[in-house]
Design a binder for this molecule. Structure first.
Ligand SMILES: [Zn+2]
Length: 197
């Protein structure tokens, strides 16, 4: 039998994705051996992201102010919007250094086959941004799986009447894959080879 306080930590760590019981125990024992100050920093960092991180008022990327650091950067090409499912894909694309435009984060996909859910608030936000004008191209970089494709088609259908060019990132990403796991070179290539929808 494990001590209650310790097994509570293990249970909490196991709530994180990819952390099974063994890993949780290894981390738990590691935390136990850490300096109190260092452990406190980890705890505080977790609380800080929950209390201090907001969603950007324009693109829904994570932000510390009204606008995220990308939207607030005057050096970005404000005529292009690249649509991603989640912020981690935005950061993967930023790492390629191949894209200088703005983003729009959906926080989900339109899933007509599985449960019909739809990230309505962020899709509406995108429509509003297009209404404000000045956007010449919307690049859709949702994953090449069923939900990602359905989302791309739905958005293209929604955007096209506004006259804005809609493009989709090219293959190079295996069908059915999750963009989160694509490497930088593959992502850069699929961005370069995007095609009009
Ligand atoms: Zn933003």
């Amino acid at each position: 039998m494990m001590e209650k306080v310790f097994s509570h930590l293990i249970d909490q760590l196991m709530l994180l994705p990819g952390i099974g019981k063994k890993t949780a125990q290894r981390l738990g024992f590691y935390i136990l051996k850490m300096e109190t100050g260092a452990a406190r920093k980890i705890g505080q960092a977790i609380i800080d992201v929950k209390e201090k991180i907001l969603l950007c008022k324009s693109c829904s990327n994570i932000a510390e102010r009204d606008l995220c650091s990308i939207c607030a950067n005057p050096g970005r090409d404000s005529q292009k919007i690249l649509v991603v499912e989640e912020p981690n894909i935005l950061y993967a694309i930023e790492k390629t250094g191949e894209y200088r435009g703005l983003y729009h984060v959906l926080h989900g996909t339109y899933s007509p086959v599985s449960d019909g859910r739809m990230p309505e608030r962020t899709i509406q936000g995108l429509v509003e941004r297009l209404k404000n004008g000045g956007i010449t191209e919307v690049i859709i970089a949702t994953s090449p799986n069923i939900d990602g494709e359905a989302t791309a088609l739905y958005l293209a259908h929604l955007i096209r009447p506004s006259g804005t060019k809609v493009t989709r990132i090219a293959c190079g990403i295996p069908v059915g894959a999750d963009l989160e796991y694509a490497d930088e070179v593959t992502l850069a290539k699929s961005l370069g080879g995007r095609r009009e929808m």
